[in-house]
Design a binder for this molecule. Structure first.
Ligand code: GLN
Length: 205
């Protein structure tokens, strides 16, 4: 099983390091043809306008859409989640894959970045369907860096993480995962394991 990390801009090295720590072989993806043969792809955080513009300039938009439509897991963290979403507020290039609306920089500017516990509904959490009242969830320390908020989720989207104040910060629609915080910046590998499990289940189909 080989995972790719889109390496146009942002925190791709940190994701790579985590994947290596988990013993997963991974590849930096800088050109569309490097998507070939990958089982899954992570789109890192960074600056979503830059990632979108570079992806557009390098001819990535359709290949990334095809990759996701082939049911291969794609996970966007922070700027990556914005890039995967269906809407953008300033006309920046987005993939329009996962049915969420995001508001960029919703928690304030860079100096307002923070860490907070996320109530995360991993599939293994007993009663994880009760994410709305925090029952059956596990705590996961989220690092939020000039993070967007997920302000709307479509009917087919599962909420996978919320802040205690109720904001949706992680969402999944079939093979698509979006988190507005940065699991690659902590030593807690559960989100990466969750994502790799999505990939393993697809491969087993
Ligand atoms: N605020 C950034 C953006 O809108 C995202 C920040 C991040 O990825 N940590 O692109």
């Amino acid at each position: 099983m080989e995972a790719g990390v889109l390496a146009l801009q942002g925190g791709f090295r940190e994701h790579k390091t985590t994947l290596c720590s988990l013993g997963v072989s991974c590849r930096e993806v800088r050109l569309p043809h490097q998507l070939e043969g990958l089982d899954s792809l992570i789109i890192p955080g960074g600056e979503s306008t830059t990632i979108g513009n570079l992806a557009s300039d390098y001819g990535f938009i359709d290949p990334l859409r095809d990759f996701a439509c082939d049911n291969r897991p794609v996970w966007g963290t922070c700027a990556g989640a914005i890039f995967m979403s269906k809407t953008s507020d300033n006309g920046q290039p987005v993939l329009g894959l996962i049915d969420i609306v995001v508001e960029r920089n919703a928690f304030g500017r860079q100096v307002d970045s923070f860490e907070a516990d996320v109530d995360a509904a991993f599939p293994s959490s007993p009663g994880s369907e009760n994410i709305h009242d925090g029952v059956g969830t596990s705590k996961f320390l989220g690092v939020f860096i000039r993070a967007p908020a997920i302000t709307e989720v479509g009917p087919l989207v599962d909420v996978v993480g919320r802040l205690a104040t109720g904001e949706v910060v992680a969402a999944r629609e079939r093979n698509l995962l979006a988190t507005v915080f940065h699991p690659e910046l902590t030593d807690d590998y559960r989100f990466h394991e969750y994502f790799l499990d999505m990939s393993a289940k697809r491969t087993a189909l």
